[in-house]
Design a protein around this ligand. Structure first.
Ligand code: PLP
Length: 441
């Protein structure tokens, strides 16, 4: 195996440049991956996912007798990723019926599934009850009524004397973390959960509802948090409330941030994060749950693109074959990424790395510095393993990219590239056959 320059922690563990300067991910040559699987492509180092999952699970076990790591599946709702985490003993956070379906299909035991959502439909709640998910996190008063109606309608009839459905109440502890307002959720005026005052009332209503068993509290204060202090405050506020209400389960949510850029400081380590939440939960001896999403997957993945055109006016516009259909985060909340020409890392040409979609805002990296990019070059953006695949779409009829797992120099497709035919797969009546020269891409 080639030796070479190792890369910053923005890239998947074990990534490096070989002696020719070509990027290796999971031991695989990124230029060969682009040739074999086409671009854009999500490339994931399987060992990176495993290492992070194991660090979370082992770290939780060492610090607390009953602490579990619940993968926030919204970060990367791909069956191969979900199955890997299910096998590693993680639990799964789902927020819709679709995510519940994916989690069950990937092999998560229902009792290890936590069902979230601020607008759960009756059908989604029925599905959660029917599959006996471990926990339903109640978000609002309407949901308590809905669950009551479903129970009155016999939704628990097959449970016999097993007892009711365990539920948590989602509370907003009014802890605000330093992050983009669009991914901040812990403040008082949030669309999610009960205020602390409302939670008291909600607890009384749930306790009065036969068939529901109130076992604990949940809070998720926001995402991409790089400071541990808000987690400490949220965990300690939640532990205090749980103690007052004699509740055994505390679910502290997700939100641990990651490093997206080499010139950004390191994010807190998994160990420091676990130390912080366990210490802040203090005397809580019941069950402790955490729900990392991006901290498990973001840095495990990179996206490969091919440069299609270069345009020079005020800026040097380097347009690639993907963009807002495979990574919506820069457009949604100004998320920043870095980019490199695969095979020529470390350039100094100031460029705007733009996507191919018909929106001026379709810019992946506003301030990219690339090594004299040319049409046909393969470009990599690291740290795209969270919320890229999840938010992918078909804007401008662009087929969604494949997911390629790499390990020990071997690559395998775990999600195939969409075809043009997939774009019409739901049409009624079925569309005509159209000849396509050279495939979707
Ligand atoms: N838990 C809940 C309830 C969430 O809403 C989210 C993200 O939106 C997460 C966990 C995961 O967040 P992150 O990916 O930032 O860890």
């Amino acid at each position: 195996m080639a030796t070479g320059t190792s890369l910053s922690t923005v890239f998947p563990l074990g990534s490096r440049l070989d002696e020719r300067g070509v990027l290796l991910v999971g031991g695989c040559d990124a230029l060969e991956l682009a040739r074999e699987f086409g671009t854009p492509a999500y490339v994931v180092a399987e060992d990176d996912l495993l290492a992070r999952a194991r660090a979370f699970v082992a770290g939780a076990r060492q610090r607390h007798p009953d602490m579990h790591v619940v993968f926030a599946s919204k970060a990367f709702p791909c069956t191969a990723v979900l199955s890997l985490f299910a096998q590693e003993g993680l639990w799964c956070d789902v927020a819709t019926g679709g995510e519940l379906f994916l989690a069950l299909n990937a092999g998560f035991a229902p009792e290890r599934i936590v069902m979230h959502g601020n607008a759960k439909s009756q059908a989604e709640l029925r599905m959660a009850l029917r599959h006996r998910v471990g926990l339903i996190v109640i978000d609002n008063f309407t949901e308590i009524e809905r669950l009551g109606e479903l129970i009155a309608d016999g939704a628990l009839a097959d449970r016999g004397s097993e007892g009711g459905q365990p539920v948590l109440l989602r509370v907003t502890p009014d802890v605000r973390g330093e992050t983009h307002e669009k991914i901040s959720t812990g403040q008082a005026d949030s669309k999610f959960g009960f205020s602390v005052e409302e939670a008291v009332q909600a607890a009384a209503r749930v306790r009065a509802q036969s068939g529901l068993s109130l076992v604990g509290l949940h809070a998720h204060i926001g995402s991409q948090l790089l400071d541990l202090e808000p987690f400490r405050r949220a965990a300690s506020a939640l532990a205090g409330l749980a103690a007052e209400s004699e509740l055994g389960v505390l679910d502290i949510g997700g939100g641990l941030g990651v490093r997206y850029l080499e010139d950004q400081p390191e994010a807190p380590s998994i160990e420091d994060y676990l130390d912080a939440v366990v210490a802040a939960a203090g005397a809580h001896r019941g069950r402790l749950l955490i729900e990392p999403g991006r901290a498990l997957t973001a840095n495990a993945g990179v996206t490969l693109y091919t440069v299609e055109s270069i345009r020079e006016n005020v800026s040097r516009w380097v347009a690639v074959d993907g963009g807002m259909s495979d990574n919506l985060r820069p457009m949604l909340y100004d998320a920043r990424y870095e980019a490199h020409v695969v095979g020529r890392f470390g350039g100094d040409t100031d460029c705007v790395l733009a996507g191919k979609h018909c929106e001026s805002g379709d810019v992946i990296v506003r301030e990219a510095r690339l090594a004299d990019p040319q049409p046909g070059d393969v470009v990599v953006t690291p740290a795209t393993g969270a919320y890229g695949f999840a938010m992918a779409n078909n804007y401008n009829g662009v087929p969604r990219p494949p997911v390629v797992f790499c390990r020990d120099g071997n690559a395998r497709v775990v999600v195939r590239r969409e075809s043009f035919e997939d774009l019409t797969a739901r049409d009624e009546p079925r569309s005509r056959e159209i000849a396509i020269g050279g495939g979707a891409g």
